[in-house]
Design a protein around this ligand. Sequence first.
Ligand SMILES: Cc1ncc(C[n+]2csc(CCOP(=O)(O)OP(=O)(O)O)c2C)c(N)n1
Length: 323
Amino acid sequence: MGIQQPAPAELLNIYYYLKLTRGLEQRVIALYRQGKIVGGVYLGTGEEAIAVGSAAALQSDDVIAPTHRDLGANLVKGITPKEYMAQYLARQTGLTRGRDGNVHFGDITRGIIGFISPMADLLPVATGVALTFTLRHERRVVAALFGDGASSRGDFHEALNFAAVLKLPVVFICHNNQYAYSTPLSRQMAIEHVADRAKAYGMPGITVDGNDVLAVRDAVAKAAARARAGEGPSLVEGKTMRMRGHAEHDDASYVPPALLEEWRARDPIDRFAAYLRDRKVLDDASAKAIDDRITKEIEEAVLFAESSPLPDTKQLLEGIYAA
Ligand SMILES: Cc1ncc(C[n+]2csc(CCOP(=O)(O)OP(=O)(O)O)c2C)c(N)n1
């Protein structure tokens, strides 16, 4: 199944989303240090190519089930910088109307299944959404993202097995970022690649360079085409590195500095910029125009969030459902 290579405009769009993701996250770090953020800060620094590349491989009515490292995928699906900032500053204008201070949000109208927890809990939900698509004869695909640690959990096994048996249209995408909180890969699985797990469920398992946005996009697009054609799920593993702590409270002192240096040299955004410049898709002028646009959007987002009201206790019971 050949996948069309992106046109220059789409390549620049991917570059924009990679840089917007990094820029927004860096601004959130600064706000956190200023004590303006109430909760924890979970970032995908260094892992942007998996988030953006996965979402860029989908069709507009496909659905994502993101992790706490997937701001880039949320942005591609239509979450705005203003909503993201208001979410982190716990304002009424945020995605959870100020009830959560970080990543527990979603919006099914924009194809984003609400994030529950990073521990694979969303994978059976994503599989259920894919079952709905199949029962309704809708040719839509679910991209379900998770971490390497999550792949050692029971609900991962149940979701992949169920999806494979029923040939459901799911692409399971692993951010293999080498650590599950402070636990290195070798302490939580006895195989080399997360993609090796696919064989046990009877689905294809593909390992790609997770810091190469086009490799991720290509692998996910092929898996999505397969799923859309009724041939069932796939497991795509992107090898990457978590370049910050588990969250911003964690200085990641348990990660060998040399390992971080090794991965810093493979930064997904620097690499994609070099690729685009090589192909004459990006030059100084277009790079500056994109940077200026992002700086303006981030500034506007912070202003919007800071001037939005905090939640009002009178609204506490709105949107609460009881069976
Ligand atoms: C039931 C439960 N146990 C523990 C946690 C704390 N926790 C959140 S993410 C995480 C590690 C996840 O590792 P991985 O799946 O590799 O994703 P990563 O954070 O590395 O992207 C842990 C232990 C939790 N949220 N819920």
